[in-house]
Design a binder for this molecule. Structure first.
Ligand SMILES: Cc1ncc(COP(=O)(O)O)c(C=O)c1O
Length: 374
């Protein structure tokens, strides 16, 4: 989709783009809440009650109730003592490194990490070195003999849907004199793990995340966004009371930037409430991810081994993928061709996204059209 495209409806299984209605397998509203009527009504209600926002930073005159509600509901969702909610997942890593850089002497960052991870790595002011994408051996080699090293990576590739090999990273870092592993789980929060808390939840490592002092040799840290699976908007850092308090004061997002707008916070709080009361949403999302992946594999496509709601597939070269994208579009189905983005091969990918509210019939229609196009 070119950036000049106009999205003329809310993102959902059917989305209007440039005047045409598409069966939509793009974007990130994975749990299907971005256009939920209760979410929208909660957003409107918050704006009516509190205006656009407090028009001051949180540290000066306080916080709108919906902003605090998001933090309380996020803490419940993540099973943590508290959470820090701010206006964009893009700055989540910036806030995290402000809190963690004093603990580190150098940074190792996955060469294909998201732009915001790269920028945050540089913001530390520490020496920054890249390690090969998802390569624990290269990480081990570079981390060897380093002490107090901060390692940064995406937990889930935003366009590829591949997972960081966290267990291998932990092994790779075991010999270091203290290491910190910081993951951006923008695409795992709400999708992966028994409780939907992301990749660390899936790996049984969640209880070790975002606590001070660290429980074991390599300390684990994670940040993300409520703007993708969780159907809201804004960045989130859940954790112990102590860690969240440190995250609030280490950077100036708490005392030098506006909090998320009331409408956005009200909508996000409602989306979190719905996720908590309707666990069936995540079950349905998991079923849909499995149905799509199984179908793509039956077509002979090379699908990453994960259960994320986003996945990138490379089929031939750029012109082949552009042809497939156009042919699907002509049938009224939107699957974007992504030519450049962090973490994808040089030829690009067809980037699929599946939502909890896609029906089996919609997924099967995509697979059927793909079968005749390939
Ligand atoms: C890995 C990753 N981190 C952060 C972000 C930014 O999050 P937000 O859209 O909430 O600013 C994105 C968005 O695409 C992302 O893919």
């Amino acid at each position: 989709m070119p950036f000049t495209s106009l999205m003329q409806s809310a993102p959902g299984p059917e989305t209007v783009i440039d005047g045409a209605r598409y069966l939509y397998f793009a974007g990130t509203s994975y749990l299907g809440l971005a256009a939920h009527p209760e979410v929208i009504e909660a957003g409107c209600d918050a704006m009516r009650r509190y205006g656009v926002h407090t028009a001051t930073t949180r540290a000066r005159f306080g916080t709108n109730p919906p902003v605090r509600e998001v933090e309380q509901r996020a803490a419940e969702f993540f099973g943590t003592e508290d959470a820090f909610y701010f206006s964009s997942g893009y700055v989540a890593n910036h806030i995290m490194v402000a809190a963690l850089a004093p603990e580190a002497e150098s940074v190792l960052v996955d060469e294909a990490a998201h732009y915001c991870v790269m920028e945050a790595a540089r913001l530390t002011g520490l020496p920054v070195e890249m390690f090969r994408h998802r390569d624990a051996k290269d990480l081990a080699r570079r981390a060897q003999n380093k002490s107090r090293v901060l390692v940064m990576a995406d937990a889930v590739g935003p366009s590829s849907g591949t997972l960081a090999p966290v267990l291998d990273y932990l092994q790779a870092l075991a010999g270091c004199n203290r290491a910190l592993l910081l993951l951006d789980d923008a695409h795992g929060f709400g999708v992966l793990g028994d409780k939907g808390r992301g990749l660390l939840d899936e790996l049984g490592l969640w209880p070790r995340a975002n606590r001070l002092p660290a429980l074991q040799g390599v300390s684990l840290f994670v940040c993300g966004t409520l703007a993708k699976a969780l159907g809201g908007f804004g960045g989130i850092i859940p954790g112990t009371r102590e860690f969240v308090a440190r995250a609030r004061v280490s950077s100036h997002y708490f005392d030098g930037a506006s909090a998320p707008a009331s409408a956005v916070a009200g909508a996000t709080a409602k989306a979190l409430e719905i996720v908590a009361t309707e666990p069936g949403l995540r079950t349905r999302l998991r079923e849909n991810t499995l149905r799509l992946r199984a179908g793509l594999r039956r077509l002979g496509l090379d699908v990453p081994a994960s259960t994320t709601a986003n996945l990138g597939v490379t089929v031939g070269d750029e012109s082949t993928m552009r042809r497939i994208h156009e042919a699907l579009k002509a049938c009224g189905i939107m699957v974007p061709y992504v030519g450049t983005y962090s973490g994808i091969p040089p030829e690009g990918v067809l980037r699929f996204a599946v939502f909890a509210n896609h029906t089996d019939a919609q997924i099967d229609r995509l697979l059927g059209e793909l079968r005749s196009i390939l």
